[in-house]
Ligand binder design. Structure first.
Ligand SMILES: Cc1ncc(COP(=O)(O)O)c(C=O)c1O
Length: 479
């Protein structure tokens, strides 16, 4: 009888369990792609999910099968919810590899292969943005952390005093649209700039009103704020609408402000020949964040943070590197933790590199283009349905709409939020189709992100069919 450690590290045991797991997942993928799945989500109440762990513990040999029951299934084409990709199997295998070798990545010898691959991925994204050879960057754990890291570099470059060393005495601010992702507000508060640290620029049709930037800047300065940056959303989270990056870039240039692009979601458009125009102007940004796990088929979390002037990357966490550069010493690109908040991080570069090595960049183009096209198709379908209302023309793979009742039986405006909220909840808990919701102003809208390239017209029809059936039941209850 082996003890637990010997059993746990037993190679033959690993081989057998690994084969079984890959067979299991491949079967699930096959079912999802052939439409044989019953559920995209088998809803379990939180307390119930917790209570079920007793059964998991009693049946360790069924661990993955039982876990699967409680997982939302991204490879199912009926998954149209949040902004996350069904991972390409090769990238998921790269994740397994990364977890097995567990190279810490912080310093070079703790991730030789991953460090070289990270440089490759970063340079690839830089070229795609349109940056020149001076650009550089890092990979980091998510768009939220990427945005914070970019703003730390912005502070280092643009603030009048040395905040890194003396602390924050001045009331610093950034300007961003009122549709920006909440992580910007969070980052600013974490840096100690308070609620006034974010100057919200109003939007029209969910797009930053760049005509208000001058006025907003003057007002902030008159109030004693030191504005250091403007952040363009490419795109915003709720509706997937892109800010005018060209206009924001020009404004930043005129006022010597840092121009950051939060392209966590829509930055991926840079890979699509057809939709590249959406991020026109991104090439004049000082820094760009782009998530691979949102539109580029990579497991979460895998984010690229790019700086047009690669030296800025060394200024997020230490100004000393800036002095090193002034002294003409070469920053060590291969010791990655100098430029990331993480000390240890996963070998996320392998996940992206494996996709590029096997399929080339064309697969990114294909996926992004197809998802954008599908969203346009879904929006067109919605516009032809009298009982549905489209929130706005989609620019990316996000489509927001709501059920308004049929022409002879319109739902009163006052009830729309309640009815649509209930539709969303009933559909989520039924688990046969998956969509989410968002709030635009004070109105609740249904929200879909077409994340799976095998979602088709049939799935849109099925979703709307179920939606109407659920709505009929709810309306009978409401009236
Ligand atoms: C525009 C935008 N920025 C940042 C984020 C946060 O990214 P992450 O979830 O990778 O931290 C999101 C996530 O939805 C987003 O849509």
């Amino acid at each position: 009888m082996k003890n637990s450690l010997e059993h746990g590290y037993d190679p033959e045991n690993f081989r057998a369990e690994g084969h079984r797991l890959v067979d299991f997942l491949a079967d699930k993928l096959k079912q999802a792609m052939s439409g044989e799945h019953d559920f995209v989500l088998e809803w379990t109440e939180p307390d119930e999910a917790y209570a079920q762990l007793d059964a998991f513990l009693d049946n360790p040999n069924e661990l993955f099968e039982r876990t699967w029951q409680q997982c939302i299934r991204l490879h199912d084409p009926r998954f149209m919810g949040h902004q996350i990709s069904p991972p390409l199997p090769i990238a998921a295998l790269a994740g397994l590899f990364s977890d097995f070798v567990n190279n810490g990545m912080g310093i070079y010898e703790m991730g030789v292969a991953g460090t070289a691959m990270e440089r490759f991925v970063v340079k690839t994204v830089a070229r795609q943005i349109g940056f020149d050879e001076h650009a550089d960057g890092v990979m980091t754990s998510g768009g939220s952390l990427g945005n914070l890291t970019a703003l730390l570099a912005a502070r280092s470059r643009k603030a009048k005093t040395d905040v890194w060393n003396v602390g924050t005495q001045q009331p610093l601010s950034v300007m961003v649209s009122d549709q920006a992702h909440y992580c910007i507000d969070r980052a600013v508060r974490m840096m100690g700039w308070g609620s006034e640290g974010v100057i919200m620029v109003p939007t029209k049709d969910f797009r930053m009103r760049t005509d208000l930037l001058e006025e907003k800047l003057k007002t902030a300065q008159a109030a004693g704020r030191e504005v250091i940056a403007v952040i363009g959303s490419a795109c915003c989270t709720s509706t997937g609408t892109f800010d005018d990056l060209v206009e924001i870039g020009k404004f930043c240039e005129r006022h010597d402000l840092w121009f950051h692009v939060d392209g966590a979601h829509g930055g991926a458009s840079m890979f699509s020949k057809k939709y590249r125009y959406l991020v026109d102007g991104i090439e004049i940004a000082d820094s760009v964040v782009m998530d691979f796990h949102k539109l580029l088929m990579t497991p979460a979390v895998t984010t690229a943070l790019l700086f047009r002037d690669g030296n800025a990357a060394y200024q997020s966490f230490s100004q000393q590197a800036h002095y090193l550069w002034n002294e003409a010493e070469t920053p060590e690109w291969f010791n990655l933790a100098k430029r990331t908040f993480e000390c240890t991080k996963t070998m996320m570069s392998l996940k992206v590199f494996s996709i590029i090595a096997k399929y080339g960049l064309d697969i990114f183009d294909e996926n992004v283009t197809r998802l954008h096209d599908l969203a346009a198709e879904f929006a067109e379908l919605i516009q032809t349905q009298p009982d549905l209302e489209l929130a706005t023309e989609p620019q990316t793979n996000i489509v927001c709409f709501r059920y308004v009742g049929d022409e002879s039986n319109r739902i009163p405006l006052a009830n729309l939020n309640e009815v649509n909220g209930r539709i969303r909840y009933e559909m989520m808990t039924a688990g046969r189709n998956y969509l989410v919701q968002t709030t635009l102003g004070d109105e609740l809208w249904l929200r879909t992100t077409i994340a799976n390239p095998f979602t088709s017209r049939k799935h849109f029809d099925d979703l709307l069919k179920e939606l109407r059936s659920v709505a009929t039941t709810i309306l009978a209850d409401v009236s």
